[in-house]
Design a protein around this ligand. Structure first.
Ligand code: PLP
Ligand code: CA
Length: 304
C-alpha cells in the first residue's frame, strides 16, 4: 500500500531479516558494483551471508552479457564464490521464456541487442539467430521502388539495450513484427536509463523497446524485472517461499516492485540510481520495507 513506510536498517531489523530470510536476491548494478567497480564492503557482506547458510542469487536487467560473462565479472572483481547457476540475467530470461513456451525450433529469432542475448539463445539450443551488435553496420542503399527484405521465418524479436542501435535494425525488427502477426515481441527489460562508466546516466533498454513499440504499435512481453516471468522462473529454481526471500535493489520501479509483487521482503540501497529524496517523494508509491546506504550496512548491523 502507498501509505506503508520504509524503515532504515538498524541492529534490530537486520537481526529480524537474517533470522527470517533464507535467500537474498541481489540486483547487480548500483548494488554489487557500479559500472566496473565493486561497491565497498560487498565481498565481506556476501561472505557473512554465505557463512550463515543463506542462498544468494543475482538478478540483473542488463542483457548485454550472458550468465557466463557475469560469473567472470564477479570473479575478476574478487568475488570468486559466485557461480553461473546463481545468476539470472534478462538475457537468460529471454532465452528461457522462448524455451518454456516451446518456441518452434525451425523458426528464427531476430535480436535487437548485444552479444549476451545471442549467447544465451545459443546456449538454450536455438538456431537461426539473426541480428546482434554488428548487424546493419553497412549503409542501407535503397533505390526508388526497391524493398528492404527481411527473413520471413523470424518468429520472435528480442529487444534489449544496444549501444549500436541503428535505423536498419529498427526497420528489421519492425518488419518482422508488423508483417507476421504471430511474431513474438520480447523485451529483456524496460529500464529508462542506467549508469554507464560509474557516473552519468545513459538511455537503457526502455528506450530501444519504446522505439519498436512506436513503429509497431504493439506492446512487448517483458521478461526481466519487474516481470512475473523472471520471478516465477527463479522461484521454480529456488523452491523457497517468497516470504523467506529479500530482494535488494537500487531501483524502485524494477527491483523493489519485483520483490513486492511477489511478496518478498525488500531492501532499497541508496548506492545506485535512487536517492533518499526519490524514495520520500510524495509521488512515489513503491515503498521498500527497508532502506540503507549500501549492502555493507547488512554486515555493519549484524551481530556476527
Ligand atoms: N541495462 C543495461 C544496458 C545496463 O548496462 C545496466 C547496468 O549496467 C542495467 C540495465 C541495469 O542492470 P541492473 O539490473 O544490474 O541494475
Ligand atoms: Ca540496479
Amino acid at each position: 500500500a502507498s501509505s506503508q513506510t520504509s524503515s532504515p536498517l538498524c541492529l534490530q531489523n537486520v537481526e529480524t531479516l537474517i533470522n527470517s530470510v533464507e535467500a537474498f536476491l541481489f540486483d547487480c548494478d548500483g548494488v554489487i558494483w557500479k559500472g566496473g567497480k565493486l561497491i565497498e564492503g560487498v565481498k565481506e557482506t556476501l561472505e557473512m551471508l554465505r557463512s550463515l547458510g543463506k542462498k544468494l542469487v543475482f538478478v540483473t536487467n542488463n542483457s548485454t552479457k550472458s550468465r557466463k560473462q557475469y560469473a567472470e565479472k564477479f570473479h575478476s572483481l574478487g568475488i570468486t564464490t559466485v557461480s553461473e547457476e546463481e545468476i539470472f540475467s534478462s538475457s537468460y530470461a529471454a532465452a528461457m521464456y522462448l524455451k518454456v513456451n516451446d518456441f518452434p525450433r525451425d523458426k528464427k529469432i531476430y535480436a535487437l541487442g548485444e552479444g549476451g542475448i545471442l549467447e544465451e539463445l545459443e546456449l538454450a539450443g536455438f538456431k537461426g539467430l539473426l541480428g546482434g551488435p554488428e548487424d546493419g553496420r553497412k549503409n542501407i542503399q535503397l533505390k526508388a521502388n526497391s524493398r528492404f527484405e527481411h527473413d520471413k521465418d523470424v518468429g520472435a524479436v528480442v529487444v534489449g539495450d544496444d549501444q549500436y542501435i541503428n535505423y536498419y535494425k529498427l526497420q528489421y525488427a519492425t518488419l518482422c513484427i508488423r508483417e507476421n502477426p504471430g511474431c513474438l515481441f520480447i523485451a529483456t527489460n524496460r529500464d529508462a536509463v542506467y549508469t554507464m562508466f560509474d557516473s552519468q546516466e545513459w538511455p537503457g533498454a526502455g528506450c530501444m523497446v519504446s522505439a519498436v513499440c512506436g513503429s509497431t504499435q504493439k506492446e512487448p512481453i517483458v521478461v526481466g524485472k519487474p516481470s512475473t516471468f523472471m520471478m516465477d522462473f527463479l522461484l521454480q529454481k529456488l523452491q523457497i517461499d517468497t516470504s523467506k526471500m529479500c530482494m535488494v535493489g537500487d531501483r524502485l520501479d524494477t527491483d523493489i516492485l519485483f520483490g513486492k509483487n511477489a511478496g518478498c521482503k525488500t531492501l532499497l540501497v541508496l548506492s545506485g540510481v535512487t536517492s533518499l529524496s526519490d524514495l520520500q517523494d510524495p509521488s512515489n508509491n513503491i515503498k521498500p520495507d527497508y532502506y540503507a546506504s549500501k549492502v555493507a550496512d547488512i554486515l555493519k548491523f549484524s551481530r556476527q
